[in-house]
Design a protein around this ligand. Structure first.
Ligand code: PGA
Length: 246
């Protein structure tokens, strides 16, 4: 059986000290995570230190929460995928980037290309706002967000369905709702790629995931794992989620 992916999006919750503290706690409790495939997404400024601290835990993957379209040159403040020694994953198109930093589908498309062409695994986030949901536009929105995918073969892709109205709100969709959207995503992928490629694209759910809802969410067959924000930035609550998988 495949292990469940637990992608920890620490956003701007932890600094260097609290990130290192988290890793230390994790190191001494690593058996709690034996059924999880953990990917940590620290703040960019903490990644190097976290990587050093993670040396002994070679099973834990590390990722960037975002990256620049460019990898080199005169781009003040940009964060390059090449700036760090080794990165396994990079999140692209998180709704906070789309909404707070005005990232268009075109920008997300360019970032996705940069990530994949540099040999890094991409987690592409898609999801509708409350208003779009209430207007009955969920599938139209998802369709537009997925229209940036290349038409030919793709590798190193994971898709995270994160309804914007569920992020940080404590409001989690029903399993039926999530299942319908993930089926829609799966069918869209099948219309683009061979079964062999689609098989390799993991689907995550994200939005207010915690220890109290993880078990019912796991009943959704299409879910390969979770993209977790606030509940992943506190070691005890992250461990409580992982414990539910054991
Ligand atoms: P949340 O965030 O778990 O705090 O809702 C999820 C995310 O933004 O990826």
């Amino acid at each position: 059986m495949n292990r469940t992916i637990l992608a920890a999006n620490w956003k701007m919750y932890l600094n260097e000290d609290t990130s290192i503290d988290f890793i230390k706690k994790m190191s001494s409790d690593i058996e709690s995570f034996s059924n999880s495939e953990v990917i940590l997404f620290p703040s960019h400024t903490c990644i190097s230190q976290v990587q050093k601290e993670l040396k002994k835990l070679n099973d834990i993957k590390i990722g960037m929460q975002d990256c620049d379209i460019h990898t080199k040159g005169a781009y003040t403040g940009g964060v390059s995928l090449h700036g760090l020694s080794h990165i396994d994953f990079c999140i692209v198109g998180h709704s906070e980037r789309r909404l707070l930093y005005n990232e268009s589908d075109e920008v997300v498309k360019n970032k996705l290309e940069t990530v994949i062409s540099n040999g890094v695994n991409a987690i592409l986030c898609v999801g509708e706002t409350k208003e779009q949901k209430n207007d009955g536009n969920t599938f139209t929105v998802i369709d537009a967000q997925l229209s940036i995918l290349p038409k030919d073969a793709i590798s190193r892709l994971t898709i995270a369905y994160e309804p914007v109205w569920s992020i940080g709100s404590g409001e989690v969709p029903s399993n039926k709702y999530i299942e319908d959207v993930l089926s829609y995503i799966k069918n869209k992928l099948k219309s683009l790629y061979s079964d062999e490629i689609v098989e390799k694209i993991n689907l995550l759910y994200g939005g207010s995931v915690d220890k109290d809802n993880i078990n019912r969410l796991l009943e959704v067959k299409l879910i390969d794992g979770f993209l977790i924000g606030s509940a992943s930035a506190d070691f005890e609550s992250f461990k409580a989620i992982a414990d539910k998988l054991n």
